[in-house]
Design a protein around this ligand. Structure first.
Ligand SMILES: [Zn+2]
Length: 290
């Protein structure tokens, strides 16, 4: 599942390529059209296929940025700003190509759902194998309130204070630490991979209750999350299963992970343990993490 570093990598590669470009036309897959016709909301959320297809042509992409695990395409038409918000879900990927044959992996090619065509034949292609991704066309972030409730970016000045304030709230203090740091209202963009790594580096058991960790350790843990996220951004993200960079290449961070999906602990060589915490599988070392 693409997490913050992977989305950041994608946004960094998209920026120089599509900023300033104008969308000419939009193609939507039959799968999405059928799903919408059946009253479901595969990928395209909150807007019908026809409105989406009619809204985007002649929109200029003014700017692209990332907020948590969302990609914001800031659009403009006739001086009015709009926003196209993309969340990659479990297995979404964007490819910038001149022809669909440039998408080399069959599993992505077979699951192309949205194509934004630009002039001169280039296109921005959204493929999503498991279809848990989301695309929303909005006037602004206010149109979709969950975007307003996200914790500050982990690299922002106020992110640590926000996290510490959350950690003493009754609704959070009895939660397992791993569930706490993976909550998007607490820390933005810390998914399973990076929560697992940060907790291992800090030797904290993922099931430990928030209130049983000192303020000093909580601060150290937060800083460790930031370090792991930055390290991953520098290494092109983790290509665990279906994440690809925009050119179809894999990231390198998966080679640097110490605990996520590991069978043995790299420190004491004991067999790692697994436990479901907050609905997610957590891998940890029962000896090293207390
Ligand atoms: Zn160990």
């Amino acid at each position: 599942m693409p997490e913050l570093p992977e989305v950041e990598g994608l946004v960094r590669s998209l920026k120089p390529i599509v900023t300033g470009k104008t969308i000419e036309s939009v193609e939507i897959s039959k799968t999405i059209i059928d799903s919408k016709a059946n009253g479901k909301e595969a990928i395209l959320k909150g807007l019908d296929v026809e409105s989406f297809r009619e809204a985007l042509p002649h929109m200029k992409i003014e700017r692209i940025d990332r907020r948590s695990k969302y990609i914001y395409f800031h659009l403009q038409k006739d001086g009015t700003p709009y926003l196209l918000v993309s969340h990659l879900g479990m297995s979404g990927a964007w490819f910038y190509v001149k022809g669909l044959h440039e998408i080399l992996e069959d599993k992505f090619k077979r699951h192309i759902h949205v194509i934004l065509h630009f002039s001169e034949g280039e296109m921005l292609v959204y493929a999503d194998i498991r279809r848990f991704g989301e695309l929303r066309f909005l006037n602004s972030v206010e149109d979709y309130p969950p975007l307003l409730l996200m914790a500050p970016e982990p690299f922002d000045q106020n992110a640590l204070d926000h996290y510490l304030e959350m950690s003493i709230l009754p609704k959070y203090e009895n939660k397992p630490i791993k569930e706490f740091i993976m909550d998007g209202h607490v820390v933005s963009g810390c998914g399973n991979i990076y929560a697992t790594e940060a907790l291992f580096r800090m030797r904290i058991h993922p099931g430990r209750k928030v209130k049983r960790i000192s303020k000093e350790r909580k601060i150290q843990l937060f800083n460790e999350i930031v370090i792991v996220l930055l390290d991953s951004i520098e290494n092109g993200g983790s290509s665990i299963s279906d994440y690809r960079q925009i050119n179809g290449e894999s990231g390198k961070m998966q080679n640097r992970l110490q605990m996520y999906a590991k069978k043995t602990c790299p420190i004491c060589h004991a067999k790692t343990l697994q436990k479901t915490i907050g609905g997610r599988t957590s891998t940890y070392c029962g000896k090293c993490q207390k």
